[in-house]
Design a protein around this ligand. Structure first.
Ligand code: BGC
Length: 527
């Protein structure tokens, strides 16, 4: 592949090729994202399968099959059933704290290996589960795997990829999540017909992405950033040569060494995060994660088959409807990759706000007027509902899906970068857990109103975007303060000169001012 020189924001030209190592990295990203996506997509189908319910949740099974209860909103309302889905995200959330330690102290590569192994243990426990305890412990192990993988894989990717493809790779990870979800939907569609052990196959096939990650993490290289951070300078230089496909790596190497020195001088990253000058990014990150989950997307991703059955679809129809929404999710993510740097983040989020609002209100109204307690749903109405769900999913996939991950990754400055990333992952998994645990109960109590509830929240989040989320398209990270925060009617109050200087922990910040090029290189290396 041709060598490509590119100008780094620091003004230094680094040489880099798209080498085989970089290609292997993409495959790694695929397996990390696939693993996460597969988990998101598999549980809904499995929890709608009769054999599975009869074995682990007999109460739900009986409720589901009582004819007179056919169309009620409450047939899946069971805390244990929701715990089956949600336990994974709670475990993932807790694992993130350990993963941030192993990622820093042991490196990215061992952390990914740990992720793969934990995940494989979870897969085995799930596939051979004899009782609910085994099932839930298996889910917890899977969650730990996801926590470790989600911390290490994106970091690994951003460090190993040449700068010019870093932004695209960020959304590529999301694309792989959506492919994982679709793969899981397809598997469920096939295994539902295999009775009585189809669900075991569904849960067991999660081993495919997990094996890819485990085996992959044995063969890949450690990132130069991690080696240098841990004092292994020469090893770092060798790896840099390998992945860049050239011997001329000194400029990049020197910048990495300097960036790692600066990063090491930040004594209290989490305390730093709470400083006034970091308030805009912190608030925006937390809101983005909260809003992403409260679009209601995971009501669809986790529970689409259950939801469609609740609405009166037959087993088969509900599973293939989930396949359709899964495919729409993948294709629409491609739209985002193509347009995010052209039309910008705000346009995508605002357009999606309108689209999500309209589709949810239509679903709510249709259900309120058309769904009768003891009748099957009409064919016409079923089609309109699936269409509206697709409209919703597509809007999410080019907006809140990738952008809730992308925007925090491009706004946190050096001093709070890794702490900021941990907060992003934790807040996301926390709200994912909340939705997984609460959705079926909310559906039972709010009935069709659940969609109006989400629609109301979409109005709030769009207002947030309109007034509080500045555009970050094409702004170099090191210029965020000047070009973004200082230009914003509200956030500029948090980045006054005295906010920027007043810093008892501020070695790093002072260094940023005097050694901007180094900081630029560090930002660069982190994205
Ligand atoms: C979200 C997941 C969601 C997925 C759907 C991701 O960005 O974090 O919770 O299930 O998108 O594609």
């Amino acid at each position: 592949m041709p060598a490509a020189g590119f100008v780094a924001p620091g003004g230094v030209e680094f040489e880099a090729r798209i080498t085989p190592y970089v290609i292997i990295t993409c495959i790694m990203a695929a397996s990390g994202g696939l693993m996460f996506g597969y988990d998101i997509g598999i549980s809904g189908g499995v929890t709608s399968m009769n054999d599975f319910l009869e074995k682990f949740f007999p109460v739900v099974y009986r409720k589901k099959n009582e004819i007179q209860d056919n169309n009620t909103y409450c047939k899946y309302d069971n805390q244990g059933l929701q715990l089956f889905t949600s336990s994974l995200y709670l475990a993932g959330l807790i694992a993130t704290f350990f993963a941030s330690y192993t990622t820093r102290v042991w490196g990215r590569k061992p952390t990914m290996l740990i992720a793969g192994i934990l995940f494989l243990i979870g897969v085995v426990l799930n596939a051979v589960a004899q009782d609910l305890a085994m099932l839930i412990i298996g889910r917890i192990m899977l969650g730990c795997g996801v926590g470790f993988a989600n911390q290490a894989v994106p970091l690994f990717l951003s460090e190993i990829a040449p700068t010019r493809i870093r932004g695209g790779l960020n959304i590529l990870f999301q694309l792989n999540i959506t492919i994982g979800i679709l793969f899981a939907n397809l598997v469920n569609y096939g295994t539902e017909k295999i009775t009585p052990w189809g669900w075991r196959l569904s849960l067991g096939l999660a081993a495919i992405p997990a094996l890819l990650l485990t085996v992959g993490s044995i063969f890949i290289v450690e990132t130069p950033n991690s080696l240098i951070e841990r004092g292994l300078l020469e090893e770092g230089r060798v790896v840099l040569r390998k992945i860049r496909g050239t011997d001329n790596v000194d400029p990049e190497f020197n910048e990495l060494v300097e960036a790692s020195r600066i990063a090491a001088s930040v004594k209290h990253p989490f305390r730093n995060l709470l400083k006034r000058r970091n308030r805009p990014q912190l608030i925006i990150t937390m809101c983005l994660q909260f809003f992403q989950q409260f679009t209601g997307i995971n009501a669809i991703m986790f529970y689409a088959p259950v939801l469609f059955q609740t609405l009166g679809f037959k087993n088969d129809a509900s599973l293939y409807s989930s396949v359709i929404t899964g495919a729409v999710n993948v294709v629409s993510t491609l739209v985002s990759i193509y347009s995010v740097d052209k039309v910008g983040r705000r346009v995508l989020l605002l357009e999606a706000g309108v689209q999500i609002f309209v589709s949810q209100v239509i679903i709510g109204i249709l259900l309120a007027t058309g769904l009768k307690e003891d009748e099957d749903i009409s064919k016409g109405m079923a089609i309109v509902i699936v269409l509206m769900v697709c409209t919703f999913v597509s809007a999410f996939a080019w907006s809140w899906g990738p952008l809730a991950w992308l925007i925090p990754s491009e706004t946190f400055p050096l001093e709070t970068r890794s702490a900021g990333q941990s907060v992003t992952v934790c807040v996301n998994l926390f709200f994912t857990f909340v939705i997984a645990q609460a959705f079926l109960s909310m559906l039972c109590h709010f009935k069709y109103g659940i969609f109006l509830f989400f629609a109301g929240l979409v109005l709030i989040m769009s207002t947030f975007v309109l007034f509080l989320l500045p555009e970050t398209k094409n702004v170099p990270i090191e210029e965020m303060t000047e070009k973004v925060w200082r230009q914003h009617w509200l956030w500029k109050k948090y980045v006054t000169d005295s906010d920027l200087i007043d810093d008892e922990d501020g070695d790093a910040y002072a260094n940023q001012e005097t050694g901007k090029d180094n900081v630029k290189a560090y930002h660069n290396s982190q994205l």
